[in-house]
Write a protein that binds this ligand. Structure first.
Ligand SMILES: Nc1ncnc2c1ncn2[C@@H]1O[C@H](COP(=O)(O)OP(=O)(O)OP(=O)(O)O)[C@@H](O)[C@H]1O
Ligand SMILES: [Mg+2]
Length: 299
């Protein structure tokens, strides 16, 4: 895997936050996920049968602290399933997931999750949504400290002035910023993002990608980003994990992205190796997606 030795350690944005280790080394060993009793229509029996569904099989991955890793693969291959297990929201059927050598068993404040559907509390303002996360994770912290952290992260994601707005008063891009601020404000060691920009228009998406790159430059968290966008993965990542189609999806290949940082979107296609990396990803995705379609037609 790509070395992050040249990266400087992250600096906490607020002195109010704990100074524990700020980034995480992630390890997945022989991880599989089998969903029990998935109902299916059997063509021959014309009745529901229930058999286990193997979503992921033998996933092995080492992510160094401070590395930005994207996961890309055909729709339905198991990316969210994998991210949910890293978040501790569900357990692997076999294998182990560790963060800094500690097994992941439940969700925890060392992991910040940005959900695709925002998952904001509708009755709370921007500031309250973020503060709720901070006070849940740091109940011993004074209200003044909590508010200072909230304000820091509102500024970091460019939401200054929108503190008192409720989610229904925000655009999709603004809601996504609240989600990113909320995930970062608990000072997690690893940031897990499930297609955070998928629902946004191209302009907002580009703007938020640049924001995430800027924040990553500043914070150097370990990041796992699920995306369907080849360009997004090439712009942001140190490594790109390419998954096969499911069932029993695996990691097909891990690509190293050696482009210098900070990266400039408009210069991306001039970096040496850009076109061959892009072609490799396009080839992989089109082969896997075509195979999914063919197996659907055969069924
Ligand atoms: N709770 C569950 N029970 C049974 N099967 C499930 C469950 N959750 C997910 N699956 C199945 O596991 C597979 C992987 O789903 P997952 O949501 O992880 O895919 P994905 O790669 O995130 O897809 P997308 O790119 O469309 O978001 C799919 O076939 C899905 O139907
Ligand atoms: Mg998904």
């Amino acid at each position: 895997m790509h070395s992050s030795e040249t990266l400087s350690p992250a600096t906490p944005l607020s002195p109010a936050q704990p100074t524990a280790q700020l980034t995480a080394q992630l390890s997945l060993q022989q991880v599989s996920k089998v969903f029990p009793g998935r109902d299916r229509w059997s063509d021959k029996l014309l009745k529901r049968t229930s058999r286990p569904f193997v979503a992921l099989d033998d996933i092995n991955l080492e992510v160094k602290a401070g590395t930005f890793v994207s996961i890309i693969g055909p729709s339905g291959c198991g990316k969210s399933t994998l991210l949910n297990m890293i978040a501790g929201l569900s357990q692997p059927t076999t294998g182990t997931i560790t963060l800094n050598d500690h097994p992941v068993v439940t969700p925890g404040p060392d992991r910040g999750v940005v959900f695709q559907n925002y998952a904001l509390m509708p009755w709370m303002t921007v500031a309250e949504n973020i503060r709720f996360a901070v006070e849940t994770v740091y109940p011993q912290m004074s209200i003044v400290q909590q508010k200072s952290i909230v304000q820091d992260y509102i500024g970091l994601v460019g939401l200054g002035g929108a503190e008192s707005k409720h989610p229904h008063e925000l655009s999709g891009g603004m809601k996504q910023r609240v989600g990113i601020a909320r995930a970062l404000a608990i000072n997690p060691q690893i940031l897990l993002m499930d297609e955070p920009f998928g629902a946004l228009d191209a302009l907002t998406r580009g703007f938020l990608q640049d924001e995430v790159e800027r924040i990553w430059e500043q914070e150097r968290k370990t990041v796992i980003l699920i995306t369907h966008s080849i360009e997004e993965a090439l712009l942001l990542s140190d490594q790109i994990v390419m998954m096969t189609r499911g069932p029993a999806a695996r990691i097909a290949q891990v690509l190293e992205v050696p482009f210098p940082r900070p990266r400039k979107r408009e210069e991306l296609d001039q970096y040496p190796g850009y076109h061959s990396l892009k072609a490799a990803m396009e080839h992989h995705l089109s082969c896997e997606t075509r195979a999914v379609e063919e197996s659907r037609i055969r069924r």
